[in-house]
Design a protein. Structure first.
Length: 399
C-alpha cells in the first residue's frame, strides 16, 4: 500500500457556486478558513442567508480521488450540513459560533488514526451573525392634505422569533416611488410629509449596517382623497308624530362609511343608522343640534353639524270668534299652534252670515253682516306636511 499525505484546502462558495483551483495548499495557507492553530476559522454566515463552502483534499501522494469528508466531533451551526464531497451548505437558523471536526478519508485505503498518511482530521469554526430584519409590517394609508408619519423599524434576528435592537444605527434608503409630498429621513428611517396626490405608491425600503448586512421590504402606501360629506338635506320642517327619513352621503376615503352620532342629540324616536340614514318619528318638539361622523375602512373620518327643528303637532290657537255687529265691518283671523308653515284653510261645513266671507289663503273671516243670529261653521287647517286640525266655531252677530 502506497503511503501518502493528505491535507485540507478550502474553496468558498458563499451564496453562489464557485470552484477554485485544485492546486495543492497547506493548512497554513488555506483560505477562506485560515489556519488559526489548531482551529480553522471559516467565513462568517448570517441567519437566514444561504451559506456554502467546499473543503478540498490536497494530495501529495496516495490513491487519489474520490475522498470522503465525515463530521467527527462537535456540531455544525444549526441549518448547515456537511456533504461527503466536502461541501458545507444550508441556511443558518441560529446566531453563534460552532466548532466541529472533519475527518478526511482516502477511499482507496483504510483510515487509521495512527496512520496520518491515509487520513487527516482538523477542527473548524464557523460564526453565524444575526440577520438584519425590517420589521415594519405595513404602511398605513395617507390622506391628501393631512400630515403623514411612518417610522420604519428594523431589528436583529438571532434565531426563530428571537429579535433584539441593533447596537448600531441603520442607514435607510429606498427604491421605487413615494407619494408626492413625502420624503424619507435616511438617518431615522421616518417617512413623513403631507401627501398632495391620491394614488397607490410602491417603495422598497432598505436598512443597512456599516458592515454591509442589510434587509429590504416592499411597502405600499395608498393615499386617498379626504372624506367630504355632502350637504344634509333635512325636511323643510319636522313635526311630532310625522315620520322623517333622509340619507347622509359622503365621497373620498376608502371602502364603505360607518356613520355615528358624535355629538349632540336627536329627538326621541329619531336615530342615525350606521348607513347614514336619519329616520324615525319624532315624539318630542324642539331644536336638536347634532354632529354626524362618517368613518371609512382605513380610519379616516369627517364630521358635519346640523340642527333638526321639530314642531309640535298642528292645532288651533284661536279658541272663539269675536262678536260681529250688523252693518259694521268685521274681521277675525284664525291662528294655529305648532305645525309647519304655510297653513292652508278650508270650510268643512256650516253657514256664514250674509255679508261675511272666509278668505282661505289667510284664514280670515271678513265683511259686514246684515242680519243678527248665531252661525256655526267648521274649519280645517292643513300645514306644509299635510297635517290637519279641525275646529267648529260659532259666529254671533248682534244688532
Amino acid at each position: 500500500m502506497k503511503r501518502f499525505a493528505v491535507v485540507f484546502s478550502i474553496v468558498a462558495m458563499l451564496g453562489a457556486a464557485f470552484v477554485a483551483s485544485a492546486s495543492a495548499l497547506s493548512f497554513d495557507d488555506a483560505k477562506p478558513c485560515p489556519d488559526n492553530h489548531p482551529v480553522f476559522v471559516c467565513p462568517a454566515g448570517e441567519v437566514g442567508t444561504a451559506y456554502s463552502i467546499r473543503l478540498l483534499a490536497n494530495e501529495n501522494s496516495g490513491n487519489g480521488p474520490p475522498y470522503s469528508f465525515v463530521l467527527q466531533g462537535g456540531a455544525l451551526p444549526p441549518g448547515l450540513s456537511l456533504n461527503s464531497d466536502g461541501t458545507i451548505s444550508g441556511t443558518p437558523t441560529q446566531a453563534g459560533a460552532s466548532s466541529f471536526g472533519v475527518l478526511l478519508i482516502d477511499n482507496g485505503d483504510y483510515c487509521l488514526h495512527t496512520t496520518p498518511q491515509t487520513c487527516a482530521w482538523r477542527e473548524f469554526s464557523i460564526g453565524i451573525q444575526p440577520r438584519v430584519l425590517v420589521t415594519t409590517p405595513s404602511a398605513p394609508g395617507g390622506t391628501v392634505g393631512s400630515a403623514y408619519n411612518l417610522p420604519l423599524q428594523a431589528q436583529m434576528m438571532s434565531g426563530p422569533g428571537q429579535l433584539s435592537p441593533s447596537s448600531q444605527a441603520f442607514a435607510w434608503s429606498f427604491t421605487g416611488d413615494l407619494p408626492p409630498g413625502l420624503s424619507l429621513d435616511v438617518g431615522t428611517g421616518v417617512v413623513s410629509g403631507t401627501p398632495t396626490t391620491a394614488g397607490s405608491y410602491l417603495a422598497t425600503f432598505k436598512a443597512a449596517l456599516p458592515d454591509g448586512r442589510s434587509d429590504t421590504k416592499a411597502l405600499q402606501i395608498v393615499v386617498r382623497d379626504p372624506i367630504t360629506i355632502a350637504p344634509i338635506t333635512l325636511p323643510k320642517g319636522s313635526e311630532v308624530g310625522i315620520a322623517i327619513s333622509t340619507k347622509l352621503t359622503a365621497t373620498g376615503g376608502a371602502g364603505t362609511y360607518t356613520w355615528t352620532l358624535s355629538a349632540g342629540s336627536l329627538p326621541t324616536g329619531v336615530t342615525l343608522r350606521t348607513d347614514g340614514t336619519l329616520a324615525g318619528t319624532p315624539k318630542t318638539s324642539g331644536k336638536f343640534a347634532f354632529t354626524a361622523k362618517a368613518s371609512d375602512t382605513e380610519g379616516r373620518s369627517q364630521t358635519v353639524s346640523q340642527t333638526l327643528v321639530v314642531a309640535s303637532k298642528l292645532g288651533f290657537k284661536t279658541v272663539a270668534l269675536k262678536t260681529a255687529r250688523v252693518g259694521k265691518l268685521y274681521a277675525a283671523t284664525l291662528r294655529t299652534l305648532g305645525g309647519v308653515a304655510p297653513v292652508k284653510w278650508k270650510i268643512l261645513g256650516g253657514k256664514l252670515p250674509t255679508g261675511i266671507r272666509f278668505q282661505k289663503k289667510l284664514g280670515v273671516f271678513a265683511g259686514t253682516a246684515s242680519k243678527e243670529g248665531r252661525y256655526r261653521v267648521s274649519v280645517e287647517a292643513t300645514d306644509a306636511l299635510g297635517v290637519t286640525s279641525k275646529k267648529t266655531f260659532v259666529l254671533v252677530v248682534k244688532g
